[in-house]
Design a protein around this ligand. Structure first.
Ligand code: IDP
Ligand code: MG
Length: 147
């Protein structure tokens, strides 16, 4: 069992895609183990994306991520990190495979609808960055009713 971290970015929330996106993860037998609806603050976006702070797109990324509410999620299940990266698709939606979230909904690289952790190490850091321990469900993944 593995846990990964996801953000439904402000354009995913504004676009009415919360249900659609979470549904795709659940259909892949991933369970929501923590969830929060919030407008990310500038200092939080800067801290969360610190690895990108020297990149030219950083100010634009921070501005976009703080432009409206996001949904923050911890998702648990077998191979959760890799599964979610596959479901989300390539960073640049022009390179994303048909059927992925970014292919289906993202207008460009900067506003690519979803974030997800790129390794189990990042996932542990990112889950801890946004959630307190008591906010994370400790039960094992659901027995999905679709079997
Ligand atoms: P990832 O989200 O697929 O892991 P990263 O390379 O970690 O991609 O970049 C983090 C985020 O920064 C991307 O999701 C995207 O929103 C933004 N970003 C990355 N590269 C560019 C770019 O070349 N132009 C604008 N924004 C970018
Ligand atoms: Mg990344």
């Amino acid at each position: 069992m593995e846990t990964t971290f996801v953000i439904i970015k402000p354009n995913g929330v504004k676009g009415g895609l919360i249900g659609e996106i979470i549904s795709r993860y659940e259909k892949s037998r991933l369970s929501v183990s923590a969830m929060k609806f919030k407008t990310i603050e500038k200092s939080e976006a800067e801290g969360f994306y610190a690895e990108h702070k020297e990149r030219g797109f950083f100010p634009e990324l921070v501005a976009f991520m703080t432009s409206g509410p996001s949904v923050l999620l911890a998702l648990s299940g077998e191979k959760a990190v890799e599964k979610v990266r596959t479901i989300n698709g390539a960073t640049n939606p022009a390179n994303a495979s048909p059927g992925t979230i970014r292919h289906d909904f993202a207008p460009n690289t900067g506003e690519n609808i979803v974030h997800s952790s790129d390794s189990t190490t990042s996932a542990a850091r990112e889950v801890a960055f946004w959630f307190e321990k008591k906010e994370i469900a400790s039960y094992p993944p659901y027995s999905h009713v679709r079997g």
